[in-house]
Design a protein around this ligand. Structure first.
Ligand code: EPU
Length: 324
């Protein structure tokens, strides 16, 4: 998150050479190894003592094709947004709602990235990974990934076990637009679009993200810092009884999802700044680094926010970013 860190060594992974991957396993066991995608969802609270490995594997390959779908294999080091744009150029549809998400393809399954009603699990087939335990390349199916809202095995029991080499997606050859998020419809009509194409939806998403979310290249941030909390229905009803217009999304019979950004906004944090650590002025879910805040300062700010939401709403927010 735009913070100065140091590590003992930087390693660039450019090929799937087995000896090289075994060697990385040795480094991992001896001094620690951090596999970095784009680093866009990590907060470093101090220097990293071990080796940082940058996934620089490249390539997009068409594996198979039917009348209506294509299956493509994308190397883990490919930039996510460039891949989404190349899909649109090739007439491969489905990922347009996920335009402009920062980071690399190899990182996208870790938290099952999602935006505007679409998650990568909707188009994910399987991935190939180096298994540091078995010391071989393995294939991991969608079921094995156990995808959930901003979650997968890679954030839980399989944390640190795999290096994601490539991801296979099954995409559509005919557009099936998902404009269920009202804000996309609003943006398309503002753009004067009548019969939207996937490229129009991508442009609408890019425009929405640019207006709400700070560009990490210009203002350090990790996107959403917290997950939207899923709470028992009664808790959501209590919030609604006080704030009739609170955004509440039904999850199932027993639970509802609340908007963490709205809760933080209500608690008065939007636009807050202390030193170089702050809360974004347009989206309270995003913590920002105006320049020289340390990871520890950003982390401490997030702890204060969590505490204030407990006090105001009795709800405990969970961090969405990876803290190191
Ligand atoms: N809201 C406020 N004040 C704020 C922020 C939000 O009142 O400061 C309200 C909005 O008006 C809206 C609701 O909260 O009614 C939800 O806000 P928004 O639609 O902006 O989405 P979000 O729930 O804050 C999630 C994802 C984003 C994703 C958007 C669009 C999570 C943790 N975040 O944000 O993902 O782009 O929906 O689908 O689920 C990310 O993961 O880094 C990320 C940016």
């Amino acid at each position: 998150m735009g913070l100065p860190i140091s590590c003992s060594r930087l390693y660039s992974l450019n090929s799937e050479n087995t000896d090289e991957l075994k060697n990385l396993g040795g480094i991992k066991n001896e001094q620690g190894l951090l596999i970095l995608g784009g680093g866009s969802n990590i907060l470093f609270t101090g220097d990293y003592k071990g080796t940082v490995c940058l996934n620089e594997l490249r390539g997009v390959n068409l594996l198979s094709e039917s009348n209506s779908t294509v299956t493509v294999r994308v190397a883990g080091g490919e930039n996510w947004h460039s891949f989404v744009l190349s899909c649109l150029d090739n007439g491969w549809y489905g990922l347009e709602n996920l335009s402009l998400i920062p980071g690399k393809v190899g990182a996208c399954p870790i938290q099952n990235i999602g935006a505007y009603g679409v998650e990568i699990k909707d188009f994910f087939v399987s991935l190939r990974a180096w298994d540091f335990e078995k010391e071989e390349i393995v294939s991991i199916s969608k079921e094995q990934c156990q995808f959930a809202y901003r979650d997968s095995i890679f954030k839980n029991h399989a944390k640190g076990r795999y290096l994601i080499l490539s991801v296979d997606f099954k995409l559509k050859k005919s557009p099936e637009l998902n404009t269920s998020y009202g804000i996309i419809e609003d943006k398309l009509s503002e753009m004067g679009v009548k019969q939207a194409t996937p490229k129009d939806v991508s442009n609408a998403v890019i425009s929405i993200r640019q207006s709400k979310l700070p560009d990490p290249d210009k203002l350090g941030n990790c996107g959403s810092f917290f997950k939207n909390p899923i709470v028992p229905k009664e808790v959501a009803e209590k919030v609604l009884s006080i704030h009739a217009n609170a955004p509440v999304y039904p999850v199932d019979e027993f639970s509802s999802k609340l908007a963490a950004g709205w809760l933080i906004d209500q608690a008065g944090w939007k636009g807050f700044r202390e030193g170089d650590a702050g809360v974004h002025k347009n989206q309270a879910l995003v913590l920002v680094n105006y320049g020289n805040a340390t990871g520890k300062q950003i982390y401490d700010l997030s702890s204060r926010i969590i505490q204030s939401i407990i006090e105001k709403f009795g709800i405990t927010l969970e961090r969405e970013v990876n803290i190191l």
